[in-house]
Write a new protein. Structure first.
Length: 54
């Protein structure tokens, strides 16, 4: 009986760990997208500034 409860507890811990890792990956992906968008905007501003200077 105890072994069954321990197995259940291990399975639940593994599932929660998996969920936490997926959330972390999602946050990292969202952050990477934001940084990429900021870099694209900065590049666009630099192109506009260069075009105005010419």
């Amino acid at each position: 009986m105890i072994s069954l409860q321990e197995d259940l507890a291990r399975a639940q811990m593994a599932a929660r760990l998996g969920e936490a890792q997926e959330m972390r990956r999602g946050h990292q992906l969202a952050r990477a997208r934001r940084l990429s968008r900021k870099a694209e905007q900065a590049a666009q501003q630099a192109r506009l500034a260069l075009a105005r200077a010419l």
